[in-house]
Design a protein around this ligand. Structure first.
Ligand code: SF4
Length: 471
């Protein structure tokens, strides 16, 4: 059988040359989902409520869990932000918030009928380090009491480097958090001014040193391209400073101008943003730089050093993906806590109330705060598998599909070759009769490729969904 493992990108081989890239982007870039789930959130149903989620938890049979806790608070608004967050300087809200998280964790644990080992914990936001040291300690304790960490659990937290205190970091390391993700975004002063987010590279460096000295196994930086005032040179300078710190993972997100979701972004005029050509040039130069400096491009905005567990898992075909992004440590179920949290069981998705007051009210009534969700059909499960294989392994194997679902892929999707023909002709995908493999250049086009397998996109033509650009 052909070797269908993804190729290791080599310097200069990752992306097509500029004019070809522009042509491909013209052909394939358009609005599309990010596929943190399939079916995607707009397809979920509002008649899936707390009772459905409770029943799903009771019957899910999960032997281990991944946990996500959403801490929605931030002190100051970054003007590019489209996250679910509450801007406040009132720290008195933290105590009642943690009381409710404790109740929510209890409700879910009881619905599952007992403890399950925690193999993955991620705390995100908002800004989790809006919470003070003792509050972070309490939060970790709430989760660990009901879902005890497995010995090799991957425990991560997003930290805003502008307001991370040494004491917070020490506590987290003592609490066995082994991965720290810093929201860096951009280190150029003009860009920072434009996005209302000022962070100092020296402070970031000190935090990285401290985290490593304290035993953190992995450091992640989030960066954003496509922001106001950015150009190729300024972003290369940001990368230079970033690469001096050699984070194990880098998430390089394209700024998504989604003003229908984020009022904050309305402070930017379209004219303030880099032109599409400039945005592309910033992105292409960044990929070349990162790959040239030894990072593996995993696809979907993510880069990792070859020795990082994500890159190793990608080599070994063990990479998977859930709402928190790429991971090697996914449990049988992903349980989310806090406003807007999204949980994923083997055949169900459930999302919590986004509005803090509505989430508060549900918890205070002793009810799960589920506001929408979905029970997957067999067709959904098969297509989710296909999309994950593309995004995580960069390949689809006919044999594995048959072994998993008991039917040949070509029998299941007889028109697939024709639908993928454009990608094959353009060299973004290869086929050898054993399956399909994404080429290094094709890794830039994973979202449009995944859209080929999305059965809902054609159904929703009459009520078009609003998505960010795929490339
Ligand atoms: S970007 Fe992060 S820190 Fe800034 S407002 Fe949004 S959630 Fe808060």
């Amino acid at each position: 059988m052909a070797d269908l493992r993804p190729d290791t990108p080599k310097q200069g081989s990752t992306i097509p040359e500029p004019s070809r890239l522009r042509e491909l982007i013209g052909r394939y870039s358009g609005p599309g989902p990010r596929y943190t789930s399939y079916p995607t959130v707009p397809e979920w149903r509002t008649d899936f409520g707390p009772k459905d989620y409770r029943e799903a938890l009771a019957g899910c049979g999960a032997r281990s869990v991944s946990i996500y806790v959403h801490v929605p608070f931030c002190e100051r608004l970054c003007s590019f932000c489209a996250c679910n967050r509450t801007i406040t300087q009132d720290h008195d809200i933290a105590g009642p918030f943690l009381d409710r998280i404790e109740r929510e964790v209890g409700l879910v644990a009881e619905a599952m009928g007992g403890e399950r080992p925690q193999v993955q914990l991620a705390i995100g936001g908002g800004s989790p380090n809006f919470l003070r040291t003792d509050e972070l300690d309490r939060l970790a304790g709430i989760v660990d009491t009901r879902f005890p960490p497995a010995a090799d659990a991957e425990r991560s937290i997003e930290l805003d480097p502008r307001r991370t205190e040494d004491e917070q970091l020490e506590l987290l390391l003592a609490r066995d958090f082994n991965r720290v993700s810093f929201g860096v975004q951009d280190l150029d002063e003009r860009v920072q001014q434009a996005i209302n987010r000022h962070s100092r590279p020296e402070r970031l460096a000190a935090l990285v040193d401290r985290a490593r000295a304290g035993g953190a196994k992995g450091i992640n930086f989030d960066l954003i391209y496509g922001l106001p005032e950015q150009n190729v040179e300024s972003f290369q300078e940001t990368l230079r400073k970033v690469l001096e710190l050699r984070p194990d993972r880098i998430a390089l997100y394209g700024y998504a101008h989604v003003t229908w979701i984020s009022k904050a972004q309305r402070s930017f005029e379209k004219k303030d943003l880099p032109t599409p050509d400039l945005r592309l040039a910033i992105f292409a130069a960044a990929i070349e730089r990162l790959c040239g400096e030894g990072y593996r491009y995993l696809g979907m905005d993510h880069f990792a050093l070859p020795e990082d567990s994500l890159a190793v898992a990608a080599d070994e075909g063990r990479l998977t993906r859930n709402f928190m992004g790429y991971t090697v440590a996914a449990g049988d179920a992903l349980l989310a806590f806090g406003p807007s949290g999204i949980s994923e069981l083997s055949r169900e998705y459930a999302q919590s109330e986004k509005e803090p007051e509505a989430w508060d009210d549900c918890i205070d009534r002793g009810e799960l705060p589920t506001v929408r969700g979905l029970r997957l059909t067999d067709d959904d499960v098969e297509r989710r598998w296909l999309i994950r294989m593309l995004l995580c392994a960069g390949r689809i194997s006919n044999d594995e599909f048959f072994e998993t679902f008991g039917i040949a892929l070509r029998e299941r999707l007889p028109g697939l070759d024709a639908e993928l023909d454009g990608f094959l002709q353009d060299g973004l995908l290869e086929t050898d009769g054993e399956g399909y493999r994404v080429t290094p250049g094709g890794r830039l086009f994973l979202r449009p490729l995944a859209m080929t397998f999305d059965a809902y996109l054609s159904k929703s033509k009459d009520t078009p969904r609003r998505y960010s650009a795929t490339v």
